[in-house]
Every structure is written in structure tokens, then in C-alpha cells.
Design a protein around this ligand. Structure first.
Ligand SMILES: Cc1cc2nc3c(=O)[nH]c(=O)nc-3n(C[C@H](O)[C@H](O)[C@H](O)COP(=O)(O)OP(=O)(O)OC[C@H]3O[C@@H](n4cnc5c(N)ncnc54)[C@H](O)[C@@H]3O)c2cc1C
Length: 284
């Protein structure tokens, strides 16, 4: 199918974006990489009267390291993150997750901000941001605000973004020395959205895990930080019993819904399998 007709604007500053968004209200949609939005237009799932293309706004793309923080501009593409030496060095979890996002052609155009704003619980970046305790920077006509990734997701495809809000960047604290990460997912084919996935991070000292963070993909309406499973392994030497304790604790953390890919019980089982593999990868 083809998209319904729409008007198009390419503002050159955030102030112009805010003015257009205010003038057109719910009739307008921000356009970044277009890898989700244009598909929804083509499928007639959405029919905004105006697309506000934010790719002409300067300063919204790029990766910078400032002290203990890596700042990634909202318009930075998935592929730029995947190939960045700064990301490989400071936030390897993102480099591990990126190849799971769709295919190279889509990763060349799709952006970090677009993925976070879309809020698909089966997407990789939202869970990575939750695992890494990232802060999402949002600009609005009324000023800038920052919100933790774990508080950004409110429900299925529902975020803390309001009308006229623009994600400008994401700030990631650099994990301390001794931290390791792993990103694992199960998908029907490589490049498909995950059925279930996990973004895992922990400090490893002689086989003992601390500061563990486990954020699940596709295991509920939002990315889910598995606090009970994290508590079950905190400060413990990793072995079959600790892995089993973390896997058992996931019952309290996760609430997968059934769909064509599997029942809630199947998805919980898959999450447990991935949890075990991720913990083993962190400790080995
Ligand atoms: C075939 C296919 C397979 C895919 N597989 C995966 C996958 O496995 N995993 C995955 O994570 N993604 C997947 N995607 C989606 C892809 O990652 C998109 O790039 C991403 O979801 C949206 O980014 P975008 O820059 O293209 O945003 P757009 O499509 O331009 O916009 C998406 C939404 O975000 C809003 N938006 C965009 N930027 C901002 C901003 N800075 N501030 C506020 N709102 C904003 C838009 O208004 C729109 O509502 C796939 C896409 C396709 C076409």
C-alpha cells in the first residue's frame, strides 16, 4: 500500500520544530529515520497531515564522551552506534545488541531517538537503556528535562513524551572497571524483532556477580528490569543454584503476553533460558 498524502516540513532548529508541533497539534508527527513511521503510513495505521522531519536540526547526532558519561544524540543511527569505537570501548552492551536490530539497510537509517520514542517492547535499545540506567534528554518549548529510561516507558507503545516533545540525546553512565555485558535474544529469523531478549550487565569478581542489571525485551508491555532476579544473584558466586534462583525469580518480574510467537508460559520459559545463558556469559 501507499501512504496517504501528507505535508512535509524540514525545520532547521528546535524552535521551528516546537512552533510547527504547536501549530499542528495531533495532526503532526516527527520524522527521524522513517523506518517505523513510514511503514505505519504505508500500512495506513497512521495518517498525520504533516511530517516534521527533524534531520535538518543541527546538533542532534553524534557520540561524545564527557567524563564518566557517553552522550548519544537522538539522530545517531543504529549503524553508527554499532560501528563506534567509543561505544565498543565504553558501552559494549550497545555494540552487542545493535546487530540484532533489523538489517544493515534499516540500521543505516533508523535512529536511537526514533526507536526509544516508538516504544516497542520487542525493540533492543529500550531494554539496553534500562539495563545501563540511561537518562533520556527531552526538549520542549517549555525547556529541557531528563528522565531515567526505566521511568520513560508507561505502557505498551506508551512513553513519557508529550505533545511537542523531542528526544535530543541519551546519556549513559560508563559502567565501572570489571563490568561485563551480554545481549541475547531469540527471534524467528536474524533481524526480526525479538520474541524474547535480555540485556545483561554485571561486575564480575572471581565468578561473583555484583551490580547486576537484567532488562528483558518482549517480556511485558515495556522493557522490564528484573529486580527479583537481580536480587537473587547479587553478591553470589555464580553456579547452577544461583542461576536457578534467578530463573525462578523471573516469575515475579515478567509478565509476557501470548501472541503468534508463543504463549505467556513459553515466553517465560524462553526468558529463563536466556537469563541462564546471559549469566553464564557474564561470569565466564
Ligand atoms: C523491516 C524492519 C525490521 C525492523 N526490525 C527491528 C528490530 O528488530 N528491532 C528494532 O528495535 N527495530 C526494528 N525496526 C525499527 C527500526 O529500528 C526503526 O529505525 C526505529 O524503530 C525507529 O527509528 P526511526 O529513526 O526510523 O524513527 P521514525 O520511524 O522516523 O519515527 C518513529 C516514531 O518516533 C517518533 N520520533 C522519532 N524521532 C523522535 C525524537 N527524536 N523525539 C521524539 N519522537 C521521535 C516519530 O514521530 C515516530 O512516532 C525495524 C524496521 C523495519 C522496517
Amino acid at each position: 500500500m501507499k501512504a496517504p498524502s501528507f505535508a512535509y516540513a524540514k525545520p532547521r532548529s528546535l524552535d521551528e520544530v516546537f512552533a510547527l508541533a504547536e501549530k499542528h497539534g495531533e495532526d503532526a508527527k516527527l520524522l527521524a529515520g522513517g523506518q517505523t513511521l513510514l511503514a505505519t503510513l504505508n500500512m495506513r495505521l497512521s495518517s498525520p497531515a504533516l511530517l516534521i522531519d527533524i534531520t535538518g536540526v543541527p546538533g542532534l547526532a553524534g557520540i561524545t564522551v564527557q567524563g564518566n558519561v557517553v552522550r548519544i544524540g537522538a539522530l545517531t543511527t543504529h549503524r553508527a552506534i554499532e560501528r563506534s569505537p567509543e561505544i565498543a570501548g565504553h558501552l559494549p552492551l550497545l555494540a552487542q545488541a545493535a546487530p540484532h536490530i533489523a538489517h544493515v539497510a534499516i540500521r543505516n537509517a533508523g535512529t536511537l531517538g526514533g526507536s526509544l520514542a516508538h516504544g516497542d517492547p520487542a525493540a533492543e535499545w529500550p531494554a539496553c537503556c534500562v539495563a545501563l540506567d540511561a537518562t533520556i534528554v527531552i526538549a520542549a518549548k517549555s525547556g529541557e528535562r531528563r528522565i531515567k529510561a526505566r521511568e520513560f516507558y508507561r505502557g505498551l507503545f506508551e512513553t513519557a513524551l508529550g505533545a511537542g516533545d523531542v528526544i535530543t540525546a541519551v546519556e549513559f553512565p560508563i559502567p565501572g572497571a570489571g563490568h561485563r555485558s551480554a545481549f541475547l535474544e531469540l527471534a524467528r529469523r536474524h533481524g526480526d524483532y525479538a520474541i524474547v531478549g535480555v540485556a545483561a550487565l554485571a561486575k564480575t569478581t572471581g565468578g561473583t556477580l555484583s551490580d547486576a542489571r537484567l532488562a528483558f525485551v518482549g517480556a511485558g508491555p515495556t522493557p522490564i528490569l528484573a529486580k527479583s532476579a537481580m536480587a537473587a544473584i547479587e553478591g553470589k558466586k555464580l553456579g547452577d543454584d544461583t542461576i536457578a534462583a534467578a530463573q525462578a525469580a523471573l516469575t515475579k518480574d515478567l509478565a509476557p503476553t501470548g501472541d503468534l510467537n508463543g504463549s505467556p508460559a513459553t515466553k517465560l520459559h524462553l526468558a529463563r533460558v536466556l537469563c541462564g545463558r546471559a549469566l553464564t556469559a557474564l561470569a565466564s
